[in-house]
Design a binder for this molecule. Structure first.
Ligand SMILES: Nc1nc2c(ncn2[C@@H]2O[C@H](COP(=O)(O)OP(=O)(O)O)[C@@H](O)[C@H]2O)c(=O)[nH]1
Ligand SMILES: [Mg+2]
Length: 251
């Protein structure tokens, strides 16, 4: 499959973000070239707060004034993984970016992800908090230690040199994402977006990022839930193409 970079969709799942959502979109508009942006897809559900929805509407107006389509998608599948999966199905860009809207995925990095992806549009570019130049600030200490252990276990087990397989801040070829059969509805979905492409032989190029904890709202992912990352990690290791791709996928 030969992919050409034309432009990217940006997926924005939201539950309780207000100014963080607005800043995410503003910074992307300020730092990215207009022609590189295909559209924004904000994904919401019953749990998305009224305030959050109001900020989303405000960003939608700004984007449309700038000539960039902005869709508000009410998710059908549950949780953060389900939200992204529903969005992937409707993305129109040649590529798509998965990020969060709580500023824990630095929107200043979006134009760098795009720049790097243009060098290898068939593959994936991903942000890493563990790569030289990356860092954590305000991350729960227990989670950080567990994260460190998981990163080493997962990269060793999959035989890749990646430093951050669990962070879902990435740019992907859209066609690839639409052809994969996704299984994880909750946060382990973000790990799954590395595991299945790795098994398909797709490369993931990392660029460093400085992670900083959200200033508003709360995470939907508890410490105990982080152990759920083990299940897809163990399960997908020996998956072949047939098991990973949808039956009608043409690659
Ligand atoms: N639409 C939608 N967004 C979600 C859901 N769960 C989490 N999010 C959003 O996904 C992003 C990442 O989730 P977060 O709870 O911050 O997880 P963490 O950063 O891994 O602790 C945030 O912007 C959340 O608002 C969900 O069920 N539906
Ligand atoms: Mg978060």
């Amino acid at each position: 499959m030969k992919t050409i970079f034309e432009n990217t969709s940006v997926i924005l799942p939201a539950i309780n973000e207000t100014f963080s959502f607005e800043q995410t979109v503003d910074i992307i508009l300020q730092t990215c070239s207009r022609k590189d942006l295909c559209e924004f897809v904000a994904v919401v559900c019953k749990r998305t707060t009224k305030d959050c929805l109001a900020y989303i509407e405000k960003s939608k107006e700004k984007c449309e004034a700038a000539g960039i389509p902005f869709t508000i998608l009410w998710q059908k599948k549950p949780y953060a993984g389900g939200a992204c999966q529903d969005a992937i199905d409707i993305c129109k860009g040649s590529h798509l970016i998965i990020m969060s809207t709580d500023l824990e995925t630095d929107p200043h990095l979006v134009h760098e992800l795009i720049r790097e992806e243009k060098n290898h549009p068939d593959d994936i570019t991903t942000a890493s908090r563990w790569l030289k130049g990356g860092s954590f600030s305000g991350y729960d200490k227990k989670k950080e230690i567990l994260n460190y252990i998981f990163q080493h276990m997962f990269s060793l087990y999959y035989g890749v040199k990646m430093t951050d397989m669990t962070y879902g801040f990435r740019i992907f070829p859209t066609q690839l994402m639409q052809q994969i059969r996704w299984e994880e509805m909750r946060h382990p979905f973000f790990l799954e977006t590395a595991l299945k492409p790795v098994r398909l032989g797709v490369k993931l190029y990392e660029i460093p990022t400085k992670w900083a904890a959200r200033q508003e709202g709360e995470s939907q992912n508890t410490f105990i839930q982080t152990f759920a990352y083990l299940r897809p990690a163990v399960k997908c290791r020996f998956y072949g193409k047939k098991k990973i791709l949808k039956t009608d996928a043409g690659i």
